[in-house]
Design a protein around this ligand. Structure first.
Ligand SMILES: [Cu+2]
Length: 136
């Protein structure tokens, strides 16, 4: 019996550690602000497409007015549901080449999710763009 209790305690501690690690990964949301240039193109695609519950890769392409790749931008993202606060998943997308930046997140339930993208261009101009992605 003592062995069983210790084992249960150990399992509870492990679950607790996992929950704490998960919560610390999520940070409270704040709204983006800044100047927005009209002409640069910021587009979002996802993998899988359409998204489903589980891991999600956000693929962000940044192009200039002439359609050329912008490779020296800083691209940050914020992923949350539109209908409720699921805890904001945020970070910087990682440059992949050819104006493409990718970020990883997790979709924890079906429904409408909002991806807020903030791109700081090499010249310091900030472009904010929001996308709503429905997870069927
Ligand atoms: Cu939700």
């Amino acid at each position: 019996m003592l062995y069983t209790q210790n084992k249960n305690l150990l399992i509870a501690l492990i679950i607790g550690a996992v929950v704490v690690a998960g919560l610390s990964w999520k940070v409270l949301s704040s709204s983006n602000s800044g100047a927005s240039a009209a002409s640069e193109a910021v587009t979002l695609t996802t993998d899988p497409n359409p998204l489903r519950t589980g891991p999600a890769t956000l693929i962000i392409d940044v192009k200039d007015k002439a359609g050329g790749s912008i490779n020296d931008a800083t691209v940050s993202f914020d992923l949350n549901m539109t209908t409720m606060d699921m805890g904001s998943q945020r970070g910087n997308a990682i440059f992949q080449g050819n104006g493409r930046y990718i970020a990883s997140g997790r979709i924890s339930m079906r429904g409408p999710w909002k991806v807020t993208i903030k791109v700081t261009m090499p010249d310091g101009v900030v472009v904010n763009k929001d996308f709503t992605v429905n997870v069927p």
